[in-house]
Design a protein around this ligand. Structure first.
Ligand SMILES: Nc1ncnc2c1ncn2[C@@H]1O[C@H](COP(=O)(O)OP(=O)(O)OP(=O)(O)O)[C@@H](O)[C@H]1O
Length: 270
């Protein structure tokens, strides 16, 4: 039975890349649902199809078969209900625009009155701690600050689902920890729904309310794991909890099994 309360529903998604050198079956058969307001992390072995899955979710790539639905409507192209933050912040920001200009740009497509645009941009920059840098250009900022601009741009758009593809893979460890906490803060304060793809097991457990563990390619959902850590998390105490260690060890073990081809059969879709 399809879950009618789901915000995002993925059913029997399959993606085969066709090329002159042969077909590549990236996604075998993926099904899952996500309720409004959830923060779901997706992890899996390198090259398992995480980016392919996100592109299908965001309507940037057409699946070979299967369904992606947002609020009961099929996703057939880029959807105004979704915003995506990519790993490569340097390439996703326009260097000739100011920080403010970058955050405002997608809002122009929404045809909002100028006063509303100004309010959304100011609010998003405030939320990511960059109100003071509105007039700077991206190239004047550190990598972590540039990624904050990309996040501000995404939340100013007020998407129903924020999709993040390994967004912190290119920043140093301390900046990464700060940005993880920013994501948790935004999730809590704005009750936004987030799909967060990462190759970092600890990050998935620290951030997520659920972690989907993907198998190797052609991918399926090997495990849909509820993260039963306290909702209030911080980098020191949460990561020191015995339960945190148990969960990250479990996910690590699942991924090792996937790599060895010893993954257990998929669970029924939620
Ligand atoms: N445009 C394409 N044409 C053909 N094959 C592709 C294409 N894009 C990806 N693939 C293949 O599909 C599979 C999944 O790739 P994808 O980039 O989605 O994985 P990933 O989990 O995001 O990788 P990584 O861990 O490196 O970020 C890989 O085997 C990859 O080589």
């Amino acid at each position: 039975m399809p879950d009618r309360s789901a915000l995002l529903r993925v059913e029997h998604l399959r993606k085969v890349y066709e090329s002159a050198t042969g077909d590549v079956e990236a996604i075998g058969d993926i099904s899952f649902t996500m309720r409004a307001g959830e923060l779901v992390c997706i992890v899996g072995p390198s090259g398992c199809g995480k980016t392919t899955l996100l592109k299908c979710l965001a309507g940037l790539l057409r699946p070979t078969s299967g369904v992606v639905e947002m609020d009961g409507a099929p996703v057939t192209g880029p959807s105004p209900a979704m915003a995506v933050v990519f790993q490569e912040y340097g390439r996703s920001l326009y260097p000739w625009l100011t920080v403010r200009g970058n955050v405002e740009l997608p809002l122009r497509h929404k045809k909002l009155p100028r006063a509303d645009r100004n309010r959304l941009v100011a609010d998003a920059l405030e939320a990511v701690g960059l109100a003071h840098a509105a007039r700077s250009h991206p190239w004047q900022l550190s990598g972590g600050m540039q990624q904050r601009v990309a996040i501000a741009r995404a939340i100013a758009y007020e998407p129903d689902v924020l999709i993040m593809d390994e967004p912190f893979a290119a920043v140093d460890a301390q900046t990464r920890a700060d940005l993880e906490d920013l994501v948790r803060e935004l999730h809590a304060s704005r009750t936004i729904s987030i799909v967060f793809v990462t190759h970092d097991i600890d990050e998935s457990v620290y951030l997520g309310q659920r972690v989907l563990v993907l198998s190797t390619s052609p991918t399926w959902v090997q495990e849909d794991l509820a993260i039963d850590l306290p909702p209030e998390r911080d980098q020191i105490t949460t990561r020191a909890l015995p339960r945190f260690t148990e969960l990250r060890t479990h996910v690590y073990d699942q991924i090792q099994r996937a790599k060895r081809g010893q993954a257990v059969a998929p669970r029924p879709a939620r």
